[in-house]
Design a protein around this ligand. Structure first.
Ligand code: BGC
Length: 908
């Protein structure tokens, strides 16, 4: 179908692609945002689905969900535990269960059917979920382990703790035909479980990190296919993770590794068996993993291998009876998010031999995970050592100065002459280069594989433009973001920190959500933050609070609120806000009490962290004219949190709180402007870009003064900084969107594509394949100079999607149910192609703009709509046709309201 429109001498054609129709179909069924999850703890789990259809402007009119305990019942529509009936609604994301009480351990099958304005779907495929152990009393298992340091060199000292892996095993019999077997398991710090020699899952570093004194996660696996008739063996390896083996004086040590396991077997004849961790298990710490520590590395002595230790035939008479360990204090909780897995494998690009006989392997990419070696030629008893680094020194040796105390060394000792293959189990590194010593011959590249690990999640976004610098920055961001997901968003993956620092993620989490489906990771992390909160309401700026830091400042804790806003905005999830509202309110009150004086928030710890310093050897600027006052940062951010709390109060039904938040916000705004705003110059305080942009973007500027404040931002950026960024992690959170919103997308584009210091492009010029901690990461003091930090991305990725691709939630809409498609066209950019898999389906935007031609193809998923704002020069007459609902002349733009489908706008 093709519509041709003329107006003001321009021709605009709108081609509706894919109008052929065909029956709509329900796809992508999810429970609590996962496909067929095991161990759901919510007794009102939420259902989501998408609709696939080629018919334009498809809207769901009603849905019906059915749930039963067997597939057969469900298919016959009988013995249903829930039949929602036909519900008139166009929502298909996070619809809560409202049927009969769900039973502990229960297995449920479900399907959904929808009617649309273009016909109804058939019943969907049948999906299922299983419930967690809903009552703590159902745990019959005990925590077990080896309650001693029992090998030479093992130590629980603060720095460089050292401990061998624990191996545990339990033979049992399953004499009858098995209908279903479920394993409920937790192992602290990390476990790897095997049934009859086979891994129970692909998960690594399970379970998720947590603040153990408050919460301990367990995992649930359906292991039915791994059981065999009669003799079976459940074997578990325990590593230290973050439970034992933290390394700084401020770090809490929780204790020696321990295991909790409960295997529940249901036979076909209806009888059951249970195998639990108890004092009938055996343990040894004399296996081949003689040390493991996420920061220092893993040491593996192949001479201590115990072949087939995890199968029935093994003779464990040399092993000890386990010790019963104290249960960790925290509440045992079914883990709500997927574990970490190996998500990609990469091959190295180069290997060289140094004069001292060591080899340097180059992965070609700063990656996070570990190195797997295959068929390396080893010598009996001669250790092969691997050390991991992000950079090389000028003499081609590895650069370890920025790793601080982490030893980042894996060691493998061969048991015999000849080829060996190996990969570690309980450690990861952030690295591009590996120094290998202890080998005689230069190994071929094919002997090595980089295993890239992060929390299992879908990649949701692709982004490409005509600017090579933007494309490479996007790629660096992609590698940096996934490299810093370790069950929590971390600051960095390589040196002796790797912590859940809040401040690094305030707006980052939102940008990241365009590239990765990070919903469950962040909703888990906000729980870590609440679990780490002090009784007085202080938020630890590292959460889980492995480092407990209660500053009672604002800028870092703000990430807690911003993450919750992101989860609502991006995924339509209000649950985290409801759950953590009282905790957020406690923090707001606490800070008001201890930090507010005359409506100015006085406490600030980190300033506008990592702003570009005036000298390239500095970490932090010493020039007061570059620094933004702490009060400016905390007051503007606290004001924005009050506005968020107003929204959250509305969402949670706490309307009574709203007048208080509003009044306080108004008083703060007034006091702030009275103190920091210079009405003559329209400058905030010392006129840093950060002071002005935060005031502007967070809504504190007096009405009518916005333009003048904005002009100061532009002037300062252009004149004092030559069109370069001058902000640290605070200002950068608003910079790109702010410049664009107030009309200077060209300056934003210049900042995005600069290749001189300071800029993301400068990092690329200097060889970065991730994002640096410092704008001057190539020259600054290595004391704080990670090559893989994502905080300096600020709002860049949001800007890519919202402003360059023009993909945005329409004001008031969440989860992209209604979109505002409105790209901006900076001078010099001629092409953008972006995709984003939203909760309703994939959104696409691809435009090309050359001198006299403009082409834009967009796709929005079924059951969504969009307001498309076309650039002024494409002013149109009213189009008609399927999918196009309305065209309005909106002054300098044409607004086209569309339903779902693919549209091609072009002009000449
Ligand atoms: C971390 C940061 C963190 C900061 C707090 C650093 O050491 O790596 O990313 O936010 O400390 O100031």
């Amino acid at each position: 179908m093709k519509h041709t429109l003329f107006l003001l001498g321009l021709l605009l054609t709108i081609v509706l692609a894919g109008c052929q129709g065909g029956a709509p179909k329900v796809i992508a069924l999810k429970i609590e945002m996962q496909e067929n999850p095991e161990g759901v703890a919510s007794t009102n789990p939420r259902f989501s689905w998408q609709i696939a259809s080629n018919t334009p402007d498809l809207v769901q009119q009603s849905y019906q969900i059915q749930v039963a305990e067997t597939k057969e019942d469900l298919k016959k529509g009988q013995n249903l535990v829930w039949d929602s009936g036909i519900i008139q609604s166009d929502l298909s994301v996070l619809i809560p269960y409202e049927g009969q009480d769900l039973q502990t351990r229960g297995v449920y099958f479900w399907r959904v059917k929808v009617t649309t304005n273009h016909g109804e779907t058939a019943w969907s495929d049948v999906n299922h979920w299983s419930m967690a152990l809903l009552n703590e009393s159902e745990w019959q298992a005990s925590w077990i382990g080896e309650d001693a340091l029992s090998n030479p060199g093992e130590t629980a000292e603060e720095n460089h703790t050292r401990l061998a892996a624990r191996y545990l095993r339990k033979p049992f019999t399953a004499p009858k035909s098995v209908k279903r077997a479920m394993l409920y398991i937790s192992g602290l710090g990390s476990y790897e479980a095997y049934l009859n020699g086979r891994r129970v899952s692909e998960d690594v570093f399970a379970p998720m990190v947590s603040w153990y004194p408050e919460r301990v996660y367990y995992n649930v696996y359906n292991v039915t296919p791994l059981l065999q008739k009669n003799d079976n063996l459940l074997g578990v390896k325990l590593g230290n993770g973050r439970y034992f083996g933290m390394r700084s004086s401020r770090t809490q040590m929780f204790g020696l590794p321990r295991l909790l396991a409960q295997l529940e077997i249901e036979y076909s004849d209806g009888t059951t068996d249970i195998v639990v961790s108890d004092d009938s298990w055996k343990v040894t710490s004399k296996g081949p993993i003689i040390a493991n520590n996420e920061f220092d590395g893993e040491e593996y002595d192949a001479r201590l291998e115990m072949d087939d230790w995890n199968t029935t035939g093994f003779n464990d008479s040399a092993w000890k009876t386990v010790d019963i360990m104290d249960a960790p204090e925290g509440k045992l909780t079914s883990q709500p998010n997927p574990n970490i897995q190996v998500m990609e494998e990469i091959k190295p690009v180069h290997i060289t031999r140094l004069p001292d006989g060591t080899f340097i392997l180059d992965m070609g990419q700063n990656m996070v995970g570990w190195l797997k070696v295959n068929n390396l030629n080893g010598k009996k008893d001669q250790p092969v050592t691997f050390r991991f680094a992000e950079l090389l020194n000028p003499d081609s040796t590895i650069y370890l100065a920025n790793i601080r105390q982490a030893r980042v060394t894996d060691i493998y000792t061969p048991a015999k002459e000849g080829a060996f293959s190996w990969e570690p189990s309980f450690v990861y590194h952030g690295f591009r280069f590996v120094e290998i010593s202890g080998l005689d011959e230069l190994p071929p590249l094919s002997n090595f594989t980089g295993k890239v690990i992060y929390d299992k999640m879908e990649i949701t976004g692709q982004f490409e433009t005509s600017s090579e610098i933007i494309n490479r920055t996007f790629k660096n961001a992609y590698w940096g973001i996934r490299g810093n997901y370790r069950g929590m968003p971390t600051d960095c993956p390589q040196r002796d920190e790797r912590q859940g620092w809040l401040g690094d993620r305030a707006t980052g989490c939102f940008g990241e959500a365009f590239i990765f489906d990070n919903a469950l990771l962040y909703s888990k992390w906000v729980q870590d933050i609440e679990d780490s909160q002090s009784p007085e309401g202080s938020i630890s700026v590292v959460s889980p609070r492995y480092w407990t830091i209660y500053n009672d400042d604002v800028t870092w804790p703000a990430a807690y609120f911003y993450a919750m806003k992101m989860l609502h905005h991006q995924y339509g999830d209000t649950e985290p806000i409801k759950k953590h509202y009282p905790s957020m309110k406690r923090y707001m009150e606490r800070v008001q009490q201890v930090s507010m004086q005359d409506y100015i928030l006085t406490k600030d710890t980190y300033g506008d962290w990592c702003m570009p310093p005036e000298r390239q050897d500095l970490i932090h600027s010493a020039d007061p004219s570059r620094k933004t006052a702490g009060e400016v940062l905390s007051t503007t951010m606290y004001y924005s949190l009050l506005n968020l709390m107003t929204e959250f109060a509305e969402i949670t039904g706490n309307q009574a709180d709203i007048p208080g938040f509003k009044e306080l916000a108004a008083q703060i705004r007034e006091a702030y402007n009275a103190t920091y705003f210079n009405a003559d110059s329209a400058r905030y305080d010392n006129n840093t870009v950060t002071a002005n942009i935060l005031s502007l973007q967070l809504g504190l500027v007096p009405e009518g003064e916005e333009k003048r404040v904005f002009e100061n931002i532009v002037r300062k950026t252009e004149i004092d900084f030559g069109g370069h960024v001058s902000t640290g992690v605070l200002g950068i959170q608003q910079l790109m969107r702010g410049l664009t919103k107030y009309g200077n997308v060209d300056l934003a584009y210049k900042i995005a594509t600069n290749t001189t210091y300071p800029s993301w492009g400068y990092m690329i010029e200097k060889g970065a394949t991730t994002i640096w901690e410092l704008w001057n990461g190539d020259t600054a003091d290595p004391a704080m100079n990670s090559g893989n930090h994502v905080m300096l991305l600020g709002d860049l990725i949001i800007w890519y999607y919202e402003d360059l691709a023009g993909i945005k939630n329409h004001p008031g809409s969440v989860a992209y149910k209604k979109l505002l498609m409105e790209p901006k066209f900076p001078e010099g950019l001629s092409h953008v192609k972006a995709t984003y898999k939203s909760a309703y389906g994939e959104i696409r935007s691809e435009w090309t703009k050359e001198e006299s031609t403009f082409n834009w193809q967009i796709t929005i998923p079924a059951n969504t709509s969009a307001i498309v704002k076309l650039p002024k020069e494409l002013n149109t007459v009213e189009p008609e046709g399927d999918g196009i609902r309305r065209v309005t002349d909106a002054g300098n733009a044409v607004e086209v309201e569309i339903g779902s489908g693919t549209y091609h706008f072009s002009s000449r």
